[in-house]
Design a protein around this ligand. Structure first.
Ligand SMILES: [Zn+2]
Length: 476
């Protein structure tokens, strides 16, 4: 969750034209000129950087940019204003915006074996741009009037699953390209990587890892990952082997495996301090300096816009936490404005304090739900912490909502400084170790055993070999 900011929606007046595709040579129905494409990408890029945040590590940014620029130079559209950035997100993903804006999440990096895999995932995203997949998908989406608007508070689909960034005005990032586009991006990406000197087998390696990872981690609701935003046929890897074999050659062998692993040492894993972290049932935010505790056993998901908690079992209950305003207005005034916009009727409400913080708490009724909402002023931000339920379920959630709201408290400087993120580290396997035991005892459950195996290029059914040096996640 991040600070309160306001983002204007990306609005463009687009003319309709047919253009020849620079990578595929086909004539596309495409409403965008190259200038429009770059302008659209540039606006969305500013939004991505502000809303998702760029990972605060100059060495990683420079490294990814260096690899990316070498690939772009060998692509079908070397003249675009290519930029490459590592986004401060724990999700395992990569994406591209029209015009040449390419992103990797911080979360995908420890799952890449070496620099060849990095180059191939970047090559795949570059290919989405050179083949204008995003521009085409955007044109179609725009034509159908489906562009996702900025996040609406209390949309009923909140109950469907935890909400990821896709809903928050960044819909452009998570356009699905479709089967043919993915195949094309794989093929072109392999070619760019090989031409720039990297081993094209990094593409099959990377995809294999991501498939194993999604199997190992199950469905993590609300976090769009690479395979959900890059849908692919089952036979994708098999098909790719042919392209990899064709692209391979003596000039395309670079992997830089040792250097890549060394760079990973110390990389932030999972939530960062800037986004706040889930620690057991607590959500702590050392930068905004507050903490709270959600009900025992609830699942907590932290995204750029909000924190959402839901009971493990299916129940029409949820809690959300988000920043809704600064503190230039009183909590009561903010409550009135926000709830009016959400079309909720106030049933009761009062000014109070929670752990010394000015708060307005009220109960509201909407079309499909009852909401217990606290508007809490803390450290220059006004937070909305709300429990939501269907009318029938509201009573069963009342106590949990009340206890969670009462647990919101400021953190002292000292408490905030003591909260540190998990980081990638290395460990020498001892005899008797299993992936599960290392995850539990050494990583203190900062990562699960199956994911740890996949991070080390192994399948969860294997055992790590004693004496080998492996990647782990360290929690302090
Ligand atoms: Zn793709």
């Amino acid at each position: 969750m991040a600070q309160y900011k306001w983002f204007p929606a990306v609005l463009l007046a687009l003319g309709v034209a047919c253009a020849t595709n620079p990578a595929t040579g086909r004539s596309d129905f495409n409403t965008m000129s190259e200038a429009d494409e770059v302008a659209l990408g540039r606006q969305a890029d500013a939004q991505v950087r502000q809303e998702m945040g760029v990972y605060d590590d100059a060495a990683w940014q420079a490294y990814v940019n260096r690899v990316g620029q070498a690939l772009a130079k060998n692509s079908h559209r070397p003249g675009l204003p290519w930029t490459f950035a590592v986004i401060d997100s724990p999700a395992v993903n990569a994406f591209a915006l029209p015009g040449g804006f390419i992103y990797l999440t911080r979360g995908i990096l420890p799952f890449l074996r070496d620099e060849a895999e990095l180059a191939n995932v970047l090559g795949h995203e570059i290919a989405h741009v050179t083949a204008r997949h995003g521009a085409q998908a955007y044109s179609k989406q725009q034509a159908a009037g489906l562009l996702v608007g900025l996040g609406r508070i209390f949309a009923p689909e909140r109950y469907q699953g935890l909400v990821g960034v896709a809903e928050g005005g960044l819909g452009l990032l998570f356009l699905k390209y479709g089967r043919d586009a993915e195949r094309e991006a794989d093929q072109f990406g392999v070619g760019y990587a090989a031409k720039a000197g990297w081993d094209p087998a990094g593409m099959t390696g990377m995809l294999g890892t991501l498939v194993r990872l999604s199997e190992a981690s199950g469905s993590r609701r609300g976090v769009p990952n690479f395979l959900s935003t890059h849908p692919a046929p089952e036979d994708r890897i098999e098909e790719l082997r042919v392209a990899v074999a064709a692209a391979a050659g003596p000039g395309s062998r670079t992997t830089n495996a040792a250097e890549f692993s060394r760079r990973l040492d110390g990389l932030v894993f999972g939530d960062s301090r800037e986004q706040g972290m889930v620690r057991g049932r607590a959500f702590v935010h050392p930068v905004l300096k507050f903490s709270l505790e959600f009900p025992e056993g609830w699942q907590i998901a932290n995204s750029a816009q909000q924190v959402v908690a839901q009971p493990q079992e299916e129940a029409p209950l949820a809690m959300i936490l988000q920043v809704v305003a600064d503190t230039s207005r009183s909590p009561e005034e903010v409550a009135r404005a926000v709830m009016a916009e959400a079309q909720m009727q106030q049933q009761s409400g009062q000014n109070t304090t929670i752990n010394g913080l000015r708060t307005f708490v009220g109960t509201y009724v909407g079309e499909q739900q009852v909401v217990r909402a606290a508007f809490i002023a803390a450290g220059g931000q006004t937070y909305l912490l709300a429990g939501m339920a269907t009318e029938a379920a509201f009573n069963s959630g009342q106590r949990a909502f009340g206890e969670t709201i009462a647990s919101f408290r400021p953190l002292s400087e000292q408490e905030a400084n003591a909260i540190q993120p998990d980081r990638v580290d290395s460990y020498t396997v001892r005899s008797g170790d299993t992936w599960a035991s290392i995850a539990q005892n050494i990583s203190k459950d900062a990562i699960g055993g199956p994911s740890l195996a996949v991070m080390n290029g192994s399948s969860p059914e294997t055992r790590p070999a004693p004496g080998t040096r492996i990647r782990i996640v360290a929690r302090r």
